[in-house]
Design a protein around this ligand. Structure first.
Ligand code: ZN
Length: 133
């Protein structure tokens, strides 16, 4: 597994781009909506690893609920895997609790699955496999 991106929950991508793009100078790569997760995603390259700014598209978005409970901030770490289905099986065999036992669609044509934070000491971890790989 290799760190692919860090997800940050934000109320407004425009507002936070003033820090990440304008002040820090990181390269803004793309902006995409993922309706399945009710989220808009802005991706910046911070040097081999990406930052994803996650803005809720509606009040019932998981990101909206996260911000309501805990405020804006670090949301998840995403690790790239070659074969997400076998990785999920491997983790389940070791009694690691998954949020997603079946991969679902993420940003940038990826398949993703979240590990439950109760299994990781409170860190939300996403597994991600690029579908065109
Ligand atoms: Zn992610």
């Amino acid at each position: 597994m290799k760190l692919e991106h860090i997800g940050i929950a934000v109320k407004s991508i425009e507002e936070r781009l003033r820090l990440w793009r304008d002040l820090f100078g990181f390269c803004f790569e793309m902006d995409e909506e993922v309706p399945e997760q009710k989220v808009r995603v802005a991706t910046l390259d911070i040097g081999g690893v990406a930052i994803e700014l996650l803005e809720p598209l509606s009040d019932d978005s998981p990101i909206a609920k996260f911000i309501e409970k805990r405020g804006e901030g670090l949301h998840h770490l995403s690790f790239k895997v070659d074969d997400i289905e076998s990785k999920i099986e491997e983790l389940k065999d070791r009694n690691i609790r998954m949020i997603d036992e079946v991969p679902r669609k993420g940003a940038h044509c990826s398949a993703i699955a979240f590990i439950h934070p109760s299994a990781t000491g409170g860190v939300l971890i996403e597994l991600s496999q690029k579908e065109d790989n």
